[in-house]
Design a protein around this ligand. Structure first.
Ligand code: SF4
Ligand code: SF4
Length: 357
């Protein structure tokens, strides 16, 4: 996570020391600030997938055509170089990382903090201690229709119930909002933790999964309802719901700092972040955590983890606004960092994202 540096903006609003005089705020601030050292990059581990979903952003654009480098030693050397360059956290993603377990082992041996984005169909060996994000797009009927995968949720639960690494990530599309309630009940029954994502269209996508204003509002309602119903199993906060279901996307609300939107090499993620393809090359002009996603429609949970957390200084004008930001960061760390436990949320009010000060 890269916190934007703007201490003068803090002093012009509320004094930061006033906020930290609130005991629960200070305790949460001390808890989360230990992780400000995290600097991420992302890596496509394989260009193959064992299922094929509508609206998959991996199979948009050029990256799907990069050759696979399956040489374990090359990946080990890449991780060493990344570490030397200041990267402390890796996101191993698409197409499907579980198909190359030996590469995951090599990355983990060099870089112990990170996460893997998987469809959960094939279990990743327990020796790989990264967080594991299992993508859920609806109930089994919907998964069969949209992802062409039979009994996917059943298979995912069989593979990852009682696995401390696992977080199930339910992606709200325009047509699966109601079924989240049954899915959440099944996951909670099995003792699985979950968080939420919002479908963000690939560039040029106008298909049936794309949200509109009404479905964003319904999604927000379902998120907050489930957060209250399953507080032990749902890793989320009211502010997470607001940030990811506003009519304006994350870039318009917060200003995205990934290189694709932030060509300056001097600011935050624009300086350090790389998105490696399967051939271990990267292209600065398209680098972000969800390449080939339409920036105007981007509400992706992975994007928010960097974009919202970076805007600390915008959230210091009122205790509830700062508490909301702390809830967001606490959620982000619980979802992405092994061994970090989510605390109770500090703010249950709906706080609208503050505009740039
Ligand atoms: S599981 Fe992921 S990578 Fe595979 S097709 Fe679906 S969205 Fe794409
Ligand atoms: S798709 Fe999202 S994360 Fe990527 S550059 Fe655009 S706004 Fe940023």
């Amino acid at each position: 996570m890269t916190i934007e540096n703007n201490t003068s903006a803090i002093s012009e609003k509320m004094r930061f020391s006033d906020l930290l005089a609130i005991p629960e705020v200070r305790a949460r601030w001390e808890k989360v600030r230990k992780y400000f050292f995290l600097r991420e990059s992302t890596y496509d581990m394989s260009n193959r997938c064992n299922i094929r979903c509508d609206g998959c952003y991996y199979y948009e654009g050029d990256k799907q055509f990069a050759a696979e480098n399956l040489n374990v030693e090359d990946w080990r050397l890449l991780m060493k170089a990344e570490k030397a360059g200041g990267i402390t956290y890796v996101v191993l993603a698409g197409a499907e990382p579980s198909l190359v377990p030996e590469l995951l082992e090599a990355c983990y041996a060099e870089m112990p903090l990170g996460s893997i984005a998987t469809n959960g169909f094939k279990k990743i060996p327990e020796s790989v201690g990264y967080k594991i994000h299992i993508s859920v797009w609806g109930n089994d009927e919907t998964s069969l229709r949209v992802r062409r995968a039979k009994n996917l949720l059943k298979r995912q639960i069989e593979n990852y119930a009682n696995d401390q690494r696992a977080v199930f990530v339910y992606t709200f599309t325009r047509d699966n909002i109601d079924e989240v309630h049954d899915v959440a009940a099944r996951l909670a029954d099995a003792g699985c933790r979950m968080t939420f994502n919002v479908f963000s269209s690939p560039v040029g996508y106008q298909g049936p999964l794309r949200h509109d204003e009404k479905t964003l509002q319904l999604t927000r309602g379902a998120m907050i309802d489930l957060l209250n119903r399953y507080p032990r199993y749902v890793l989320f906060s009211v502010y997470n719901a607001v940030a990811h279901t506003s009519e304006a996307g994350l870039h318009e609300l917060y200003g995205c700092s990934y290189p694709r939107c932030n060509p300056s090499q001097d600011i935050g993620l624009g300086r350090s972040f790389r998105q490696y393809r399967t051939d271990l090359n990267w292209d600065r002009s398209v680098a972000c955590c969800v390449p080939d996603t339409d920036c105007a429609d981007c509400r992706h949970y992975a994007a928010g983890s960097a974009v919202v957390t970076a805007r600390l200084y915008r959230h210091v004008n009122h205790p509830d606004t700062f508490k909301s930001w702390l809830d967001y960061v606490d959620t982000y760390l619980a979802v992405w960092v092994t061994g970090y436990d989510k605390g109770e949320n500090l703010c249950e009010r709906v706080i609208h994202p503050p505009v740039k000060g």
